[in-house]
Ligand binder design. Structure first.
Ligand code: ZN
Length: 419
């Protein structure tokens, strides 16, 4: 890559992450690095030259930018921390369900507030942030700093948390054998068939279902268009295969036993986390732009994620076959399907509380009002006595500054934390 390419790439990266973020190019020659092992393994299937940037500050996201023939993969430090936090909220047995529900609501409100800052929606950001903090008496012990994640036991959880997002982004740069393309792998018909299957389970009328399918077929930017679903579905499937292959290598290098059940659990967990963060972003968009088109994106996104889960599931049914016992392929495929069903239904039961917290956070944001006097007073009174809330508020205000977002509500938070 020449210096002009690199300059163009970093210019695009700056435009995306905002001026408050910093980055460093990851050293691809670092010996013994599991990230390099994963990147080397995956890069054999990738068409474009790419650089991995470790991003600090700004919004927690993992994304891929292509400029000309080269690509930047941005790996955000806090995305990793947020992923680990959401995973713990979904799965770890932290006391009762209602506490889990409350903590999920607060974490998601905070993420939506940050996203609102990026969208220059200062009042929505301020009221959502205050709502996330006011009345909090239960805190999740934050043992999952970056160092803890670096030294995490080399197991299925570690692999999915660290590498799923990066592998998914590399999946958007796939190279296909000459004469073939992505449509050979996932045709339009098979994708719309999957959408139809998902819609069949949902309480829409027949004419509404037809209208959704018609809109998806006629607009390539529609959330359910074949081109979008194909791109995301193939990136997911690629990430699943690469994660499986590299997990086996990394775990065996560390002398740890690989479990296909645990691997599948983490795989679907990551899909859930990605779906959740995207849903938060769409909810903020719907809250600030209440047009029917934008409002409809949240339910359409749910359908898109269900289709992606179907694609990954079908892909994994074949990929996991080496781990399934049996003499006949047909029997093993049936057993693989059973295993996948068991894993997904176990996950659904575990995350029911998390989903309730998500619903509560969404309801607040969708019916938001500028910060009301009672909320302002409660926030000002509580933040005075809480070191954690003061720290949180300062970093939130720093993010507001980095996006250049200002509003009376943000000024009120500033006043409440100023000595
Ligand atoms: Zn993607």
């Amino acid at each position: 890559m020449d210096s002009l390419d690199r300059a163009a790439l970093e210019h695009a990266l700056r435009a995306h992450v905002g001026r408050g973020a910093t980055w460093e190019e990851y050293d691809r020659t670092l010996p013994g690095s599991n990230l390099n092992l994963v990147l080397d393994h995956a890069s054999r299937h990738v068409a474009a030259e790419f650089v991995l940037y470790w991003v600090v500050g700004g919004l927690p996201e993992i994304f891929c930018l292509k400029v000309g023939g080269v690509a930047a993969i941005a790996f955000h430090e806090r995305y990793l921390l947020l992923t680990s936090l959401l995973r713990r909220l979904m799965l770890d047995p932290i006391s009762g369900g209602s506490i889990r529900e409350e903590l999920a609501e607060r974490v998601l409100l905070k993420f939506m507030a940050e996203y609102a800052l990026q969208q220059s929606q200062g009042e929505l950001a301020a009221t959502t942030f205050m709502k996330a903090l006011v009345g909090q008496h239960v805190f999740l012990a934050d043992t999952a700093g970056l160092l803890a994640l670096e030294h995490h036991t080399r197991n299925e959880v570690y692999m999915a948390m660290w590498f799923y997002g990066v592998l998914h982004e590399l999946g958007h740069l796939l190279r296909y054998p000459p004469g073939t393309s992505a449509t050979d792998v996932l045709s339009d018909d098979s994708l719309y068939g999957a959408v139809t299957r998902v819609l069949a389970e949902l309480p829409y009328s027949r004419s509404e279902k037809e209208a959704i399918l018609h809109a998806a077929r006629s607009d390539p930017d529609h959330l359910l268009s074949a081109s979008r679903l194909r791109s995301e579905g193939l990136a997911d499937a690629f990430a699943a295969t690469m994660l499986l292959e590299t997990s086996i290598q990394v775990l065996s290098r560390a002398g740890n036993q690989f479990s296909i059940d645990r691997f599948l659990m983490e795989q679907f967990m990551m899909l859930k986390i990605i779906a959740t963060l995207e849903k938060c972003r769409l909810t903020v968009q719907a809250a600030v732009s209440p047009t029917p088109e934008v409002q409809q994106r949240v339910p359409l996104h749910e359908i898109a994620m269900a289709v992606r889960a179907l694609i990954v599931r079908e892909h994994l049914r074949h990929t996991v076959l080496p781990f399934i016992r049996g003499w006949f392929r047909k029997t093993r495929l049936r057993r693989a399907a059973k295993l996948l069903d068991a894993v997904t239904s176990m996950l659904e039961a575990d995350i029911a509380f998390f989903d309730k917290g998500m619903e509560r956070a969404m309801r607040f944001v969708l019916s938001w009002r500028a910060p009301q006097p009672t909320l302002l007073q409660a926030f000002a009174a509580e933040v005075k006595d809480s070191f954690i809330h003061q720290m949180d508020s300062r970093s939130f205000l720093g993010l507001a500054d980095s996006f250049g977002t200002r509003s009376p509500g943000l000024d009120a938070i500033r006043k409440a934390v100023s000595p």
